[in-house]
Design a protein around this ligand. Structure first.
Ligand SMILES: Nc1nc2c(c(=O)[nH]1)N[C@H]1C(S)=C(S)[C@@H](COP(=O)(O)O)O[C@H]1N2
Ligand SMILES: [Mo]
Length: 158
């Protein structure tokens, strides 16, 4: 680990980075504190886990859509149909991953207010990495914690 990365860490340890990759004109590596640059949203969610039952948490952070738009997804924003081909692959550091469609979070289509959380229950996620929050999900499985990478893919063809 580089000294600058260690120096950027909190008392709890080094700062995790999230890689935004794929069909983006501005791919980026973001820390959880970088996520504070976008408007912050707050949501309280409860979801069911198949093994541990009902969980309830309060999350804050930017909309996933805002963060990905800033990275310049490879479609013409004026052409709505182009976006329907795009997928978003979200990966946890432990290998847990899930796919979302771009249309699911797009304000012109599914409008799901999916967050990239920077805090959970008032604790910052700097050390672990951000968490995906899907207030519309009944089940907990897509609430991926410790996100290490998000890949945008516009090449999906039937
Ligand atoms: N990185 C990662 N995130 C994950 C999982 C996982 O295995 N790895 N499990 C998911 C599942 S199945 C559930 S139910 C919730 C559990 O959230 P909790 O730890 O707050 O109970 O986390 C989700 N996020
Ligand atoms: Mo779960």
């Amino acid at each position: 680990m580089s000294q600058s990365l260690a120096a950027a860490g909190t008392a709890a340890g080094p700062v995790a980075e999230l890689a935004l990759t794929g069909d983006l004109t501005r791919p980026a590596r973001l820390t959880v504190s970088d996520l504070l640059a976008w408007p912050q949203h707050e949501t309280e969610v409860s979801f069911e886990c198949a093994t541990s039952g009902i969980q309830r948490h309060r999350f804050t952070g930017p909309l996933l859509h805002d963060v990905l738009m800033a990275a310049g997804p490879g479609f013409d924003p004026a052409r709505r149909k182009e976006r329907l081909r795009f997928l978003i692959a979200v990966s946890g550091r432990d290998g847990h991953h899930a796919l979302l469609s771009w249309a699911e979070i797009d304000p012109d289509f599914g409008r799901a207010p999916v967050l990239l959380a920077a805090t959970v229950d008032d604790s910052p996620l700097d050390g672990q990495g951000p968490q995906l929050v899907l207030p519309q999900d009944r089940c907990g499985a897509r609430h991926i914690s410790g996100i290490g990478a998000i890949r945008v893919d516009g090449g999906y063809l039937l």
